[in-house]
Design a protein around this ligand. Structure first.
Ligand SMILES: Nc1ncnc2c1ncn2[C@@H]1O[C@H](COP(=O)(O)OP(=O)(O)OP(=O)(O)O)[C@@H](O)[C@H]1O
Ligand SMILES: O=P(O)(O)O[C@H]1[C@H](O)[C@@H](O)[C@H](OP(=O)(O)O)[C@@H](OP(=O)(O)O)[C@H]1O
Ligand SMILES: [Mg+2]
Ligand SMILES: [Mg+2]
Length: 355
């Protein structure tokens, strides 16, 4: 039965543990989220990842974004021994696919919605002949060179826009992905997914590259850049004519989000989508990046969205993603949980929960 949670003074009935890096805690676990969640009966508690997980809790639900292998091993070990207690969101196996740009976007080809990935090739080691790979993949300049690993480091966001081949390839540090740059009017659509909610936010992006830039041999053959989508949006006059009401239709955004959620077997992520407008092809949408547990505070109304989602998971009113992707051996089912009956990991370890 759902707990009575409407009164601000009601004591928390559920405990949600979060295992996040300090920067993510300060960006997402803001007082406004903690207060709203508490008001609705959800207590947010930090997991101390330097201590054994089995000694902490009890947690009714665990959310996490940690890159540490030791942490992951703890989750897997516990899950193998006690499937489903507590509910872990999301499965490390499913998250793994987003931590490698070679596999991150594989899911897109299975979507029904008309959206694709720009052509790309993986350069897996420094000894690889990037020239030969480029020729074989028939990629067209400009390209974006992206580090393969997505590991929470600043380096994993160090990109390079490559206008032409001359003298550039030795500058690129493998392993990386070379992806065709798509002109898209300097505006990116960042879609935040929280369970079955999808919220599209307009963000700044790289400006279009005019054809003559590729032929200008006096200009730099490549330029480095990082974290471009955190820059403020250009005023509407300067952003290629794109305006606030130019965001993709909500039905389309929802369809893409639903397809990704199902294909990835994940609940908490965002994706970056760009739109190419050309006379030749009309509008074409591309997905260029998917991020696990992003900076939710940049999404309007994130406090209510996350709190609703926690409660749905805890009350078992939200099933896990309908189709779980490969490699997600740790996926756990949301199940009916009596409020306040979160089973402590310590108790499980000692066998008391079975008593
Ligand atoms: N194929 C592309 N065509 C055009 N622009 C692109 C393309 N790929 C990336 N970009 C631009 O480069 C930026 C950074 O690329 P990407 O999103 O892959 O990197 P990231 O560091 O993982 O970003 P985030 O901070 O969202 O995790 C994008 O926000 C977009 O502005
Ligand atoms: O910190 P790492 O592991 O590198 O991952 C980042 C993602 O790549 C970004 O997409 C997040 O920012 P956005 O929410 O603006 O996408 C960004 O969110 P943040 O602004 O809370 O740091 C991070 O989640
Ligand atoms: Mg991005
Ligand atoms: Mg990213």
């Amino acid at each position: 039965m759902a707990p009575e949670l409407s009164s601000p003074s009601s004591s928390p009935r559920y405990t949600v543990g979060y295992a996040l890096l300090p920067e993510k805690v300060s960006s997402v676990v803001r007082p406004s989220l903690v207060a709203l969640a508490a008001d609705r009966g959800v207590r947010l508690v930090a997991v101390d990842v330097s201590r054994p997980l089995a000694e902490q809790g009890p947690f009714d639900l665990l959310v996490h974004k940690m890159y540490d292998r030791g942490w992951r091993a703890q989750l897997e070990e516990l899950a193998a021994r006690h499937p489903g207690v507590p509910v872990v969101v999301d499965s490390p196996g499913a998250i793994d696919r987003l931590l490698d740009r070679a596999t991150m976007l594989d899911v897109v080809s299975g979507l029904r919605a008309p959206v694709s990935v720009p052509p790309q090739v993986v350069v897996s080691d420094a000894a690889a002949d990037a020239d030969e790979l480029l020729a074989r993949a028939a990629l067209r300049f400009p390209l974006i060179a992206k580090p393969l690993a997505v590991d929470g480091s600043a380096e994993s966001h160090d990109m390079r826009l490559v206008y032409r081949r001359d003298g550039v390839l030795p500058l690129l540090r493998a392993p990386l992905v070379l992806q065709e740059f798509v002109n898209h009017g300097g505006v990116l659509f960042k879609v935040y997914v929280v369970g079955d909610r999808a919220t599209c936010v307009r963000r700044s992006s790289l400006p279009d590259v005019p054809a003559h830039r590729l032929l200008d041999l006096d200009a730099e053959p490549s330029v480095p850049f990082a974290n471009i989508s955190n820059q403020p949006l250009p005023p509407p006059d300067d952003d290629g004519g794109a305006a606030d009401d130019d965001t993709p239709a909500a039905g389309f955004v929802d369809e893409v989000a639903r397809g990704l959620r199902r294909g990835l077997g994940l609940h908490l992520f965002n994706f970056d989508m760009i739109r190419e407008r050309s006379e030749e092809h009309g509008d074409r949408y591309f997905i260029i990046d998917i991020n696990y547990f992003p900076g939710y505070a940049k999404m309007p109304g994130y406090e209510a969205a996350l709190t609703d989602f926690f409660l749905e998971m805890l009350r078992g009113t939200r099933p896990v993603p309908e189709q779980l992707g490969p490699g997600s051996g740790l996926d756990m089912e949301a199940r009916k949980l009596e409020p306040g009956l979160g089973i402590g990991l310590r108790e499980l370890e000692s066998g008391r929960a079975q008593a």
